[in-house]
Design a protein around this ligand. Structure first.
Ligand code: PMT
Length: 399
C-alpha cells in the first residue's frame, strides 16, 4: 500500500488510451489511494463514467455545472482535496489548453485552480507528439513545473510505431509513488552493482550463484525516487530496468570491475549489492568439455577476482561506499569484519535464507554508530530505509 492516505484526482481526456485509465484507477486504489475521476466530454466517448465509478467507488465528475456540488464550485472542491492531480491520458489538444491556461470545462478549470502538483501522461500519435506546436506546449508545461510522464514508444492504436503512446498503468503508478518520496538524494550520483556474476568455464557452463538482483534493483529504484542520477551495473538477471535508471549489463566479475572502476570517481555514492564471484576459472576452455574425452572428472583451477568494493573504497577520493554481506551464521561478526576490512562506512548484513531470491528481506545496518536492525519487509521498503541512512551519512560527510 504505497499510496495509503493519498488523494489523487485523475483527469481523463479524449483519446483511445482512456481505456488504460481504467486499469490505472484499479492499480492506484490497490496501492491505497483514494481516486476521484474527472472526465472531459470527449473522454466519455471512449469509456463511460460508470466504469470509473465502479473502479474508484466514487461518482465521476464530467460537468462544471454538476448539481451535486451545492455551491457550483466543483473545480475548487476537487482540487483542494487532492494531494496530486494526474491527467492520463493527456491528449495533444488538452496539453495545448493547459499550456495556454484555458479553463473552458471542469477539468481545465480545476487544473488552473489547483494548489497541488500536476502530473500529465501524454498519449497521442507520433506525428502529433513530434509536431513543433506540441513540443512547444510540453516545454512550456515543464517550465511551469508540470511533471510530464513519458510518453512511451512503440506500437500505436493507429497502426503506426513511434513515441507518443501512454505509459502503461503500472509505470504511471510507479511514477506517482516516486513523486511522493522525499528527495533525499537530489543532485547526487549513485552507482550500484546488483545480481550475480557468471564466470564461464566453457561455452555452455560456468560458476554463478542464486542472486536474483531484486535487492539491488530495489535500491536503484529507491535512489532514483529520492532524486539521484542512478547507474546500475548489473550481472545477468531477468528483471526490467527501473524507469529513469541507466543500466550497464555485464556478465563476469572482471566486466563488472571494469564498468564500476570506469565510473566510480564520478559518483557520490557506490552501493555494492552484487554477489560477485570471488573466483573464476583460470582458463576458459574454448570448446565444450566432452565427458567422453575426460577419463576422470576434470579439475577446474580457479583464480581470484578483484575486490571491486575494496578497490573503490581505496580510491584517493572515494564515493561514500556501502557494502552488503550475505551470511549463513554470525551475521554481526562477519558483516562488521567485512566493513572494517574494506574500510567502508556502512554495510548491510542479511542472512542467506532471507536475502537471496525473494521479494522480502531482513537487514541489519552496521556503521560507526553501531547496529541498526531493519525488520522483515518488502525489498523496496528496506531499500528506501537504506537510502535514508545513506543520505544521513552523506550529510555528515566532510566535503
Ligand atoms: O539479488 P537478491 O536475490 O535480491 O539477493 C540479494 C543479496 C543477498 C545478493 C544481497 O542482499 C547481498 O547480500 N549481496 C552481497 C553478497 C555477499 O555476501 O557478498 P560478499 O560477502 O562476497 O562481498 C561483500 C561485499 O563486497 C559485497 O558488497 C559485494 O558486492 C562486494 N564484493 C565482493 C567480492 C568482489 N570480488 N567484489 C565486490 O565488490
Amino acid at each position: 500500500m504505497q499510496l495509503a492516505g493519498r488523494n489523487i484526482v485523475l483527469g481523463v481526456t479524449g483519446g483511445i488510451a482512456a481505456y488504460k485509465a481504467a486499469e490505472l484507477v484499479r492499480l492506484l486504489v490497490k496501492e491505497g489511494a483514494s481516486v476521484q475521476v474527472a472526465m472531459t466530454e470527449a473522454a466519455t466517448n471512449f469509456v463511460t463514467p460508470v466504469t470509473f465509478q465502479a473502479l474508484s467507488g466514487k461518482a465521476v465528475f464530467t460537468d462544471q455545472w454538476d448539481s451535486r456540488v451545492a455551491n457550483n464550485m466543483a473545480h475548487i472542491d476537487l482540487s483542494r482535496a487532492a494531494d496530486a492531480l494526474l491527467v492520463a491520458p493527456g491528449s495533444a489538444d488538452f496539453l495545448a489548453k493547459l499550456a495556454n491556461g484555458l479553463a473552458d470545462d471542469l477539468l481545465t478549470t480545476l487544473i488552473l485552480a489547483r494548489d497541488c502538483p500536476l502530473l500529465v501522461a501524454p498519449a497521442m500519435n507520433r506525428q502529433m507528439w513530434d509536431n513543433p506546436a506540441t513540443r512547444r506546449n510540453v516545454a512550456s508545461l515543464r517550465s511551469d513545473g508540470v511533471v510530464i510522464l513519458g510518453p512511451g514508444c512503440g506500437d500505436q492504436a493507429c497502426g503506426e510505431t513511434g513515441p507518443g503512446r501512454m505509459l502503461e498503468a503500472a509505470e504511471i503508478v510507479d511514477e506517482i509513488v516516486a513523486h511522493f518520496q522525499p528527495k533525499l538524494l537530489a543532485g547526487k550520483r549513485v552507482l550500484l552493482t546488483a545480481g550475480p556474476t557468471f564466470e564461464a568455464i566453457d561455452p555452455v557452463r560456468g560458476i554463478t550463484n542464486l542472486s536474483s538482483g531484486k535487492m539491488g534493483y530495489a535500491i536503484s529504484r529507491a535512489a532514483r525516487e529520492a532524486g539521484a542520477e542512478v547507474t546500475l551495473v548489473s550481472g545477468p538477471v531477468c528483471l526490467p530496468c527501473p524507469r529513469g535508471v541507466t543500466r550497464i549489463a555485464v556478465t563476469s566479475a572482471l566486466q563488472m570491475h571494469t564498468a564500476v572502476l570506469r565510473r566510480a570517481a564520478d559518483n557520490d555514492v557506490f552501493i555494492a549489492v552484487a554477489a560477485v564471484a570471488d573466483y573464476r576459472p583460470a582458463q576458459f576452455i574454448e570448446q565444450k568439455i566432452k565427458k567422453a574425452q575426460c577419463p576422470t572428472p576434470p579439475t577446474i583451477e580457479l583464480e581470484q577476482n578483484p575486490d571491486i568494493l575494496g578497490e573503490v573504497a581505496a580510491l584517493p577520493r572515494p564515493p561514500l561506499c556501502v557494502g552488503f554481506a550475505a551470511e549463513s551464521e554470525k551475521l554481526a561478526e562477519y558483516a562488521e569484519s567485512k566493513r572494517r576490512c574494506k574500510k567502508i562506512p556502512l554495510i548491510a548484513g542479511n542472512l542467506i535464507g532471507d536475502g537471496f531470491g525473494g521479494d522480502h528481506n531482513t537487514l541489519v545496518l552496521f556503521d560507526d554508530d553501531g547496529q541498526h536492525p531493519l525488520p522483515p519487509a518488502p525489498k523496496i521498503d528496506l531499500a528506501r530505509q537504506l537510502v535514508a541512512r545513506i543520505a544521513a551519512l552523506l550529510e555528515k560527510r566532510p566535503c
